[in-house]
Write a protein that binds this ligand. Structure first.
Ligand code: KG4
Ligand code: ZN
Length: 342
């Protein structure tokens, strides 16, 4: 694919890995000309979680409109683009395929390079959109519905995964507990809201730290402890306070995330820490981690909530840095549902 010469670098970013159809046009890595997100939350809410088959159909229904709207709002013709960047994994295979196939068609029709973006990298790069001056090295705590990773970045594409969850992801735990509490989907924002009126120390749930020095995570024991507390109260006919349960659970997840991030900061000496992924929208996590890092004089950065959850702007931003490196994908690019950070 020939690369077109132009002064402004316009990247179209496309995200369809789960239940948001999103597209954004980014100019020169910093100027977000448009950002459209068609959320499927209302569709999946009645099932209590994302139904993969429904998600891919919804992407098909909305893809053209979302991409068309993003180009229109940006005032850009698709032939003005420098490249098309798309999430090609990890995620739901049917959902990913809609974005990948659409992006390939657009890149081919416009005669511009295609760029495949790892969704996890995309989440982290939302921070570059907010802070283009961001310098390496930094430590990233990536906390989403599917992943919980501590990653040390030395440069673009140069990183080490220091730890990850051995069972549930942090967001997954939020979603499962919210469901058990009858709070609906997605669970994180609902738990955060219910917790506002609760006592975070009403219940003591286990904080699994694993072996000494381990930077891995485990949330399944904590999740079981909450469910057991609820079940035994129910059997005894005792009604527990939902806000107290939500607040105590949220505090235990945040405690583990903060302790592990602090340990990773100490081990690496990183002077900048980033939060990324849907759970990075959590106000308690932001506040508690910022306080602890401040004691060490370490800076904490995080994107605004709308750029923490899935969005096309983060994919366009990661795409911009791949573009500068001339890291293009062939038109045979495929969806890789289990794509890792390696
Ligand atoms: O990054 P994301 O949009 O999708 C994945 O890549 O997985 O993350 C979605 C996850 C969900 O589990 C959702 O419950 C969680 O992020 N989440 C939150 C908050 N907002 C979204 N968790 C805790 N507190 C929040 N405010
Ligand atoms: Zn995500």
């Amino acid at each position: 694919m020939t690369e077109k010469r132009r002064s402004d670098i316009l990247i179209l970013g496309i995200e369809t890995s789960c239940d948001e159809t999103s597209a954004a046009v980014l100019k020169n890595g910093t100027d977000l000309l448009s950002h459209i997100i068609a959320s499927q939350i209302a569709t999946h809410q009645k099932y209590g979680g994302v139904v993969p088959e429904v998600a891919s159909r919804e992407h098909i229904l909305h893809f053209r409109e979302v991409v068309g709207q993003s180009l229109k709002e940006a005032g850009v013709d698709f032939q003005d683009l420098a490249a098309v960047a798309v999430t090609n994994g990890p995620g739901l295979v049917g959902s990913l395929l809609v974005g990948v196939a659409g992006a390939k068609a657009l890149a081919y029709a416009a005669g511009v390079p295609l760029i495949g973006i790892n969704h996890l990298e995309g989440h982290i790069y939302a921070n570059f959109l907010m802070h283009p001056e961001l310098e390496f090295p930094f430590l990233a705590l990536l906390v989403s519905g599917g992943h919980t990773h501590l990653v040390y970045f030395s440069g673009h594409g140069d990183f080490d995964v220091l730890g990850h969850t051995r069972d549930d992801a942090a967001g997954e735990a939020f979603d499962k507990i919210a469901r058990a509490l009858g709070l609906g989907y997605p669970g994180g924002p609902q738990i955060q809201k219910a917790a506002e009126h609760g006592d975070a120390f009403a219940f003591e749930f286990p904080r699994a730290m694993l072996e000494p020095g381990s930077l891995d995570f485990s949330f399944s024991g904590m999740k079981s402890a909450v469910l057991n507390t609820m079940n035994s109260a129910r059997m005894k006919g005792i009604e527990l306070s939902v806000p107290d349960l939500a607040a105590s659970f949220q505090q235990s997840v945040v405690d583990v995330l903060v302790r592990k991030a602090m340990l990773a900061q100490q081990n690496t000496g990183a002077q900048t820490v980033l939060l990324a992924g849907g759970v990075a929208a959590n106000a308690l996590l932001r506040r508690n981690l910022a306080e602890r890092l401040e004691e060490r004089g370490v800076k904490l950065l995080y994107p605004p909530p709308a750029l923490c959850t899935d969005n096309g702007a983060m994919i366009a931003t990661a795409g911009y840095y791949h573009y500068l490196d001339r890291d293009f994908a062939p038109l045979t690019l495929n969806a890789v549902p289990g794509l890792g950070l390696a």
